[in-house]
Ligand binder design. Structure first.
Ligand code: BGC
Length: 918
């Protein structure tokens, strides 16, 4: 209801803008196009997708910006691009309001090609922005025949078959692990003319580090990643033009450690020998090219300082054996041997699409104690994944040993029982040449405490630095509110993610497990997307999960490695996770890529059900607290229905309308079977547990007339526990959203803010710095829970993070990819303010609400090229103002309706400051 004057003023502005556009020489300087990315990465190297997807973020000073068209130029050289010559692709002016998931449609891209690009955009009045800064991506090796290099290694057997054993009901080969030194490999080669470009491609069976003339290539660790090695091995690409000398002798050096490939958990598809495959592509200024690849002409030794390395057990280093200068020219390598061909691998080599594992931050200890003479314990103040950097000075031959733990025993020594068989021990033998600084490379630990023994003298606090290492995705979310306990919970959730998004979404980072458990991944993924940009991370892991699918259509419960059989709620990650990635990032390709395989899972479930009831084995509502468990068949059938309902939506998105109808029908049939078998006339769901009702309500399995009754049963189940939860991994992620949906925000807040056991904040009151595996992994009264399964860094219960963003702060997507945004803060739980932000694929979103007396103030940021529906809690819609004027009259806002005590507006991009009477 804009006033006439305002409409007049606005049209005058439009007219003016229109004239400016007609003169059309002026570009719109209030708008910039930034953060160009290709396949979710900034300037990625070695993309192996024939038609990569591009994205950008628009920043606009004013309100209501929307893109009406774009133009992308892609050129083989930066010079051509500067001249505006897109020799690979000139998209022309494309009418579109999309700024991400833009598919490259230019000339066919070739292996090892460099693609430089820029973009400009038009708004809906025809004004054009300046060109963005230049960005680039390079193409990887697109054909198997591009690989000229040969796999090489040291020929040593690191895992020996020693018979057979029964595992998960199957007879499998039994292996014994041999702890052998890390392999060093080197190759000298001469260059005698100027270099234009140089890229090196590398991969390993095991983990590698690569050096050119002594300089480390790249800053990522645990390369090439973790895949289902029998099917696929990822490779990486590095731009090393700055490292290769144009005139003289060069050296490529590599170290290869055992990593996940040899790790003993990997018994089903066991690797036995490590190996390296690398090739350097040099393009000279005169246009000629040369490839230097691994082959038996490389030299190798295992007589180096890294005595052994293992993901679970740690790394052992003897500095006296350092090979100084081994990766630079002229090193005396006459006692090195020729490299030998490594074991045969017949896997697809593909470019790593995921997030790189990097050293992201460093932590200083908060306390050093000496619980026993000569035993020093460094408290890092935070549980995390990574390692400790050691600083030490002493005589050659002194051995310092580091052990890692999440908790302390009552006597102040480190508590390691819960690490099970993982030794989690590093050691360092001094070379005795002054101050020595060391950190491992091929192992990691999940820890808060470092025990140091053998240290010469008493260590200073700076003897240990915590190095935080994880799959480094852009941090997206921030959350802060007036309840410090909730802030700590949020911090614990984020640290749980940092510790466990480690190449695969792992269950925990400390014990002899650290595996890509699918169930944990699916319950947490939506929270994960709020905290970090996890599109690339999941693109990578979902490839692995699909590589792990069994021929009969079953998805495993762990990926990589797989595990015989599937479990409902776990295996369904293969459908749930791509759906969430689509929801958050608008990514239809991920749905397309895995569609056929997802369909096979539905077919498997259909075949392996009795009249659509899934009476099969499963993990159930893992770690739930109910005396009577939710019956597995209820959970299993509910997940079958849920995955089918998602497939109907996915088929619709992909335009497969026949399939969509088929899945909708199947969903209806499963729903009917579920009701006939498990729901009685009073809407009691078999099992009568919190989780049974949560599944039925959240997955839309009940007829309309039974929903209200079932909701009452759910509420009774909570009430009888004195408003406490009893759910396990599966139920917990549904709890708060379902209660909100049922209009019981009050109970949801109560559950979230409870401090008594069992609750989210209980572990916070017990001093947790990460989310625990169990609601009571530790209590001040009773001490530690069962060490057989007791991780202090398990993110599954952290799935409440989603609700904190979507409902407490009120930031959510409305449809795919945050093109339409919902801002709907729902004050409650005695909170007086919440300040949250989230970086979406379209740019920054923020919501900051606070209650001041009888006023609610709400500051909102909506990114350019999106629209939002904003709900402002208000006694009366009339009372709502924006930047001091009636909200309905403010630029960019349109009043829509009053809904459940909220004044609802649509908004274009921009920053808004609302106030209302409440
Ligand atoms: C893991 C879990 C996993 C579970 C499956 C555990 O050992 O740590 O997080 O989901 O097994 O039951």
């Amino acid at each position: 209801m804009k006033s006439l004057t305002l409409i007049f003023l606005m049209s005058a502005t439009l007219l003016f803008v229109g004239c400016a556009a007609q003169m059309s020489v002026q570009t719109d300087t209030t708008v910039t196009v930034n953060e160009l990315r290709c396949e979710y990465h900034t300037d990625p190297l070695g993309i192996d997708i024939a038609s990569p997807r591009l994205s950008w973020i628009i920043e606009s000073a004013g309100r209501n910006y929307s893109q009406s068209a774009y133009q992308v130029l892609v050129a083989t050289t930066p010079e051509k691009l500067s001249r505006g010559h897109g020799d690979l692709w000139d998209s022309g002016k494309v009418k579109s309001n999309s700024s991400n998931q833009i598919i490259y449609e230019g000339r066919k891209l070739q292996s090892n090609m460099c693609c430089n690009w820029k973009v400009r955009v038009w708004d809906n009045k025809g004004n054009v922005s300046s060109w963005s800064e230049q960005a680039r991506w390079t193409m990887g090796l697109l054909n198997a025949t591009d690989w000229k290099a040969k796999w090489i290694g040291d020929g040593l057997v690191r895992k020996e078959k020693v018979g057979k054993e029964r595992k998960n009901g199957r007879t499998v080969d039994k292996f014994e692990r041999r702890y052998l030194p890390v392999t060093y490999l080197r190759k000298e080669f001469a260059v005698s003319k100027p270099i234009r470009r140089a890229y090196i491609y590398a991969t390993a069976l095991g983990l590698y580090e690569l050096y050119i003339n002594g300089e480390r290539a790249g800053d990522d660790y645990f390369t090439p990643g973790w895949t289902e090695y029998q099917k696929r091995i990822y490779y990486r690409c590095y731009d090393v033009a700055g490292l290769v000398r144009s005139n003289g002798v060069n050296v490529i050096g590599a170290t290869v450690g055992d990593g996940w490939y040899i790790m003993l958990h990997n018994m089903i598809h066991a690797g036995r020998q490590t190996g390296l495959l690398a090739q350097l592509h040099i393009e000279f200024a005169d246009g000629t090219t040369e490839i230097i690849g691994t082959d038996p002409s490389w030299k190798m030794t295992t007589d180096g300082p890294v005595l052994s390395s293992d993901i679970y057990n740690g790394e052992h280093y003897d500095a006296r054996k350092e090979l100084t200068g081994w990766a630079i020219a002229g090193f005396e390598d006459s006692n090195w041997k020729p490299a030998v061909p490594s074991e045969d691998v017949n896997a697809i080599l593909s470019a790593h699409p995921g997030a790189p594992i990097q050293k992201v931050m460093e932590i200083k200890p908060v306390e050093v104690t000496e619980p026993k003479p000569g035993v020093f314990v460094f408290n890092m103040g935070q549980n995390f994944s990574g390692w400790a950097r050691l600083k030490v000075k002493g005589d050659a031959g002194i051995k310092v040993t580091l052990r890692f733990a999440e908790m302390l025993n009552p006597d102040g020594t480190v508590y390691t029982e819960n690490l099970r068989s993982a030794k989690v021990t590093d050691s360092y033998i001094l070379k005795g040449l002054g101050e020595e600084i060391w950190e491992p490379r091929f192992t990691y630990h999940g820890f808060q405490y470092v025990e140091v023994t053998g240290y010469p003298g008493k260590p200073d606090a700076d003897a240990i630095t915590g190095v935080v290492v994880y799959s480094n995705s852009q941090a997206d979310g921030a959350f802060e509110c007036s309840n410090p306990m909730l802030n700590k919970l949020y911090s614990n959730i984020v640290w749980g993610q940092r510790s466990n998004y480690f190449e695969t979404p792992t269950d925990c980072p400390q014990r002899d497990e650290r595996l890509g458990w699918t169930g944990d991944a699916q319950v947490f993924i939506r929270t994960g997307t709020y905290n970090m940009d996890v599109a690339a991370f999941f693109t990578s892991w979902l490839i692995t999960l699909n590589d792990n699918q069994y021929q009969d259509g079953q998805y495993p419960v762990i990926a990589p490695i797989g595990d015989p059989g599937s479990s409902p709620g776990w295996s369904d990650a293969a459908i749930i996770c791509p759906w969430v990635i689509y929801q958050v990032y608008g990514d239809t390709r991920i749905l397309q890529t895995h569609y056929e395989q997802m369909n096979q899972w539905i077919e498997y479930m259909t075949k392996n059900s009795s009249n659509l009831l899934r009476k099969c084995w499963g993990f159930g509502d893992w770690l739930n607290l109910d005396a009577k468990e939710t019956p597995k068949e209820v959970i299993n059938t509910a997940y079958f229905a849920y995955s089918t309902s998602l497939m109907a939506k996915i088929a619709t998105v992909l335009g497969r309308n026949e399939d969509a109808k088929k899945y909708e029908q199947l969903f209806t049939d499963i729903k009917k079977a579920f009701n006939d078998a498990y729901v009685d006339a009073n809407a009691k769901v078999m099992g009568d547990t919190q989780t049974a009702y949560l599944l039925a309500l959240s997955f839309n399995l009940l007829p309309k007339e039974k929903r209200a009754l079932a909701a009452e049963h759910l509420i009774e189940r909570l009430k009888e526990k004195n408003w406490h939860l009893s759910t396990g991994f599966l139920g917990v992620s549904l709890l708060l959203p379902t209660l909100t949906e049922l209009g019981r925000l009050d109970i949801a807040y109560q559950l979230l803010t409870n401090e008594t056991y069992p609750s989210w904040l209980y572990s916070v009151t017990q001093g947790a710095t990460t989310v625990w595996e169990r609601w009571n992994s530790y209590t001040k009264e009773k001490g530690f829970g069962d060490a057989g399964m007791n991780s202090f860094n398990h993110y599954a219960y952290g799935s409440a993070g989603q609700w904190m963003f979507s409902t407490v702060a009120g930031i959510d997507t409305d449809g795919p990819g945050f093109r339409k945004i919902t801002i709907r803060p729902r004050p409650g739980g005695n909170l007086t303010f919440v300040k949250a932000s989230y970086k979406s694929v379209n740019g920054d979103i923020a919501a900051h609400w606070r209650i001041e007396g009888d006023k609610l103030k709400l500051d909102v940021t909506i990114p350019a090229n999106t629209t939002a529906t904003i709900y402002i809690p208000a006694k009366e819609a009339e009372s709502v103002t924006e930047s001091g004027i009636k909200a309905a009259q403010a630029q960019g806002l349109t009043f829509l309706r009053v809904e459940q005590g909220n004044a609802v507006f649509t908004a274009g991009s921009g920053q808004y400051k609302f106030e209302s009477q409440i």
